[in-house]
Design a protein around this ligand. Structure first.
Ligand code: C2E
Ligand code: MG
Ligand code: MG
Ligand code: MG
Length: 290
């Protein structure tokens, strides 16, 4: 859109162009240049998933992983997916990016299966556009078949808002994914606008409580109440719960007191490269055994 607008402004004369150029906000400009860099990065295949452990503090062991896209610029500085995922969506690059992450994850799973490495399951984040993309099911099916992986070792994460956008359609897509054997998690739970009655209709295995609720658990009684309510509701619906962004022992203790045992956060592990996962996984088990 910006390109077209610029073209028209340019046609009207230099002044208009300059006016438009100046008026074009900084954000749009930096997004445009980020989109160009992203295109190059995709061509060079330098965006790779890293993996963060999910830990069961009751069982005292890791139970799975979440794949998180990682991209370093030419100077080696990381660019956050918080920035480049929306840009990928706005500039028609999300399909390629999403497919690339999915394929790399499936290749990694195949390697771990071959090496008899424990990893539980791997969750892949889907973006809103990816979720509604008619090719999604085929892409997943292909990635699974090409790499001969067990579909139950793969999980997708979608956000509340993504499924609430068109509930009937979302239920259909989620059922199809579920039928292939994958597990389904609702990410950033609590930040969106899903209602409990809908939750029952979605074939959901896991709710991931957004880290904004976990962050202030020990000082904010409201957050503690919300998290407790989510956990007890999920238990009644027989849905698993994962607490995101756990950084302190205090948070773990509160979560354990309300029977929320599976957590993900820097307290236990930061996302790491696929090659490091076996080491991190086993170190974690040893730490719990001490
Ligand atoms: P998310 O799916 O909710 O992922 C969790 C984010 O929280 C990750 O950020 C992770 O590094 C971060 N995190 C984990 N533990 C802690 C903690 O203890 N403290 C804090 N402060 N943060 C923690 P990351 O990797 O920057 O990703 C941000 C978001 O970008 C993700 O949120 C997800 O929505 C999106 N994203 C990342 N990779 C992909 C991808 O491959 N595809 C899509 N569509 N989205 C992705
Ligand atoms: Mg996620
Ligand atoms: Mg999340
Ligand atoms: Mg998030």
């Amino acid at each position: 859109h910006a390109d077209v607008a610029m073209y028209h402004a340019k046609e009207k004369g230099r002044n208009n162009y300059q006016f438009f150029n100046a008026a074009m906000n900084e954000k749009a400009q930096s997004q445009l240049s980020l989109a160009n860099k992203l295109r190059v990065a995709l061509n060079r295949k330098i965006i790779h998933p890293h993996y963060q452990l999910k830990v069961d503090t009751q069982l005292g062991k890791p139970v799975g992983l979440e794949a998180l896209a990682r991209w370093n610029d030419e100077r080696g500085k990381p660019i956050s997916p918080v920035h480049f995922i929306p840009v990928a969506e706005e500039h028609g690059l999300i399909a390629r990016l999403g497919k690339s992450v999915l394929n790399q994850v499936c290749i990694q799973i195949r390697m771990w299966q071959d090496m008899d490495v424990e990893f539980g399951s791997v969750a892949v984040n889907l973006s809103a556009q990816q979720f509604r993309d008619a090719n999604l099911l085929n892409d997943i099916k292909e990635a699974i078949e090409d790499n001969r992986i067990d579909p139950t070792s793969l999980e997708v994460e979608v956000t509340e808002n993504m499924v609430m956008d068109d509930v009937e359609d979302a239920i259909r897509i989620l059922n199809d994914i579920k039928e292939m054997g994958l597990k389904i998690a609702i990410d950033d739970f609590g930040t969106g606008y899903s209602s409990l009655s809908y939750l029952k209709r979605f074939p959901v295995d896991t709710l991931k409580i957004d880290r904004t609720f976990i962050r202030d658990l020990s000082i904010d009684n409201d957050d503690a109440a919300i998290v407790s309510a989510i956990v007890s509701m999920a238990q009644k619906l027989e849905i698993n719960v994962v607490a995101e962004g756990v950084e302190t022992q205090e948070q773990v203790e509160f979560l354990r007191s309300i029977n929320c045992n599976v957590v993900q956060g820097f307290l236990y592990a930061k996302p790491c490269a696929g090659g490091e996962v076996p080491l991190v996984w086993h170190r974690m088990i040893e730490e719990f055994e001490e």
